[in-house]
Design a protein around this ligand. Structure first.
Ligand SMILES: [Zn+2]
Length: 375
């Protein structure tokens, strides 16, 4: 296969477009591919689809495409223009990109997937984009996706916040949990950030939302209460966020205890941080022996960890009543642990108990959050 033909396949080019030339620069780690159409190809007016002959060509443009073998890849073309009797001289649509985008559709698709799985800084790093490019690319792609489909509210909504880095601390990401699609992105994680999402819908459309998974973050709950009827039965606090919260409390206990032990020359907990962060079945085998000794001793950290692990069983119940009973026992244990970080965390969960228990009416979780927690 000639390399131009190979690149036509790699780029997913459709007729009439074909590869004219490929430049590979090993020093710069990039591939530049020029594409063209055969002479006398006719193109559709972007406004009325009328087929017309080429009037002239716009200046050469470049689109960032998916990397080829780790080489940054750019597609170049001179977009043709047609002269429509009705709409005048117009640049035709190219099949690989949206108008005004500097990225191909395939690259944008990848970027959205990467961003739903990590924060903007990490996504920008992986995609080799600047932070601004990553952010604007996703922002535009979400807006376009919404414009393209009829507006309906998802049945199960996921609300998540992500560390954004630079300038702003967080962004709010709303997804359709059933379709697994990002539906809305807003700056920061204020009540107004989520209000913008709900505000697009009519009252009738909002009534289609059965449940919303979220972190125990008051502005998100407040926004949801302001827009949905009977919101408290629909808010489901996300189990991954809740477990992350408890894991944080265990880590605080470990830090305090390690400091106290180290002062007396006891190194039992030194270098054990990550052992306590795993859930038990995910603990790598090479750590099993040390961890078995640690957790069976009378360390405060071991007690905190056992309380955290017990909370996980809450979500394995089939019936709300049994889960409620488990939570009651768990809460008693946690609040009598004499471990302040655990007591504080348990009290926070107790204040949000309704949103924990609504999981049994709507067993949903933020998939995105589950992915991030497993990292
Ligand atoms: Zn036209």
């Amino acid at each position: 296969m000639r390399d131009t033909e190979l690149y036509r396949h790699l780029l997913g080019l459709v007729t009439p477009w074909e590869v004219e030339r490929v430049d590979l620069s090993v020093e710069d780690g990039r591939v530049d591919v020029w594409v063209k159409h055969p002479k006398r190809t006719r193109f559709a007016c972007p406004d009325c689809e009328r087929e017309l002959s080429v009037y002239d060509h716009s200046e050469e443009r470049a689109w960032r495409h998916l990397d080829s073998c780790a080489f940054l890849t750019f597609l170049h073309a001179n977009p043709p223009r047609v002269s429509c009797p009705e709409h005048g001289v117009r640049q035709v649509r190219v099949p690989w990109a949206e108008p005004h985008s500097r990225f191909t559709l395939l690259f944008e698709r990848l970027a959205i997937d990467v961003l739903s799985a990590c924060d903007v800084n990490a996504a920008a790093g992986l995609l080799r984009l600047s932070w601004d490019e990553a952010w604007h690319l996703v922002d535009r792609a979400v807006a376009r996706g919404l414009a393209a489909k009829a507006l309906t509210a998802p049945t199960h909504v996921g609300v998540d916040e992500k560390a954004a880095g630079r300038g702003q601390d967080y962004i709010t990401i709303v997804s359709d949990l059933d379709a697994g699609t990002v539906e809305f992105i807003a700056d920061e994680r204020r009540q107004a950030s989520l209000d913008g999402y709900y505000a697009q819908f009519t009252t009738e459309q909002l009534a289609d939302i059965e449940a919303v998974a979220m972190d125990m973050w008051e502005p998100f709950a407040a926004s949801t209460r302001a827009h949905l009827d009977d919101a408290d039965s629909k808010i489901v606090f996300d189990r991954y966020h809740l477990m992350g919260y408890l894991t944080g409390a265990v880590d605080t206990v470990r830090k305090q205890e390690n400091r106290a032990l180290s002062a007396t020359g006891d190194k039992s907990l030194a270098g054990s941080k990550y052992l306590w962060l795993y859930s038990y079945e995910n603990l790598p085998a090479k750590h099993t022996d040390r961890f078995t000794v640690l957790r069976s001793g009378d360390l405060k950290t071991a007690r905190a960890w056992a309380i955290k692990e017990s909370l996980r069983h809450f979500w394995s119940y089939k019936r709300r009543g049994w889960a409620a009973k488990h939570f009651k026992h768990w809460y008693f244990w946690a609040t009598h642990s004499r471990l302040k970080p655990i007591i504080d965390a348990a009290k926070t969960l107790k204040r949000h108990e309704a949103g924990l228990l609504s999981y049994f009416a709507h067993p949903i979780t933020n998939e995105c959050a589950s992915y991030c927690t497993s990292l």
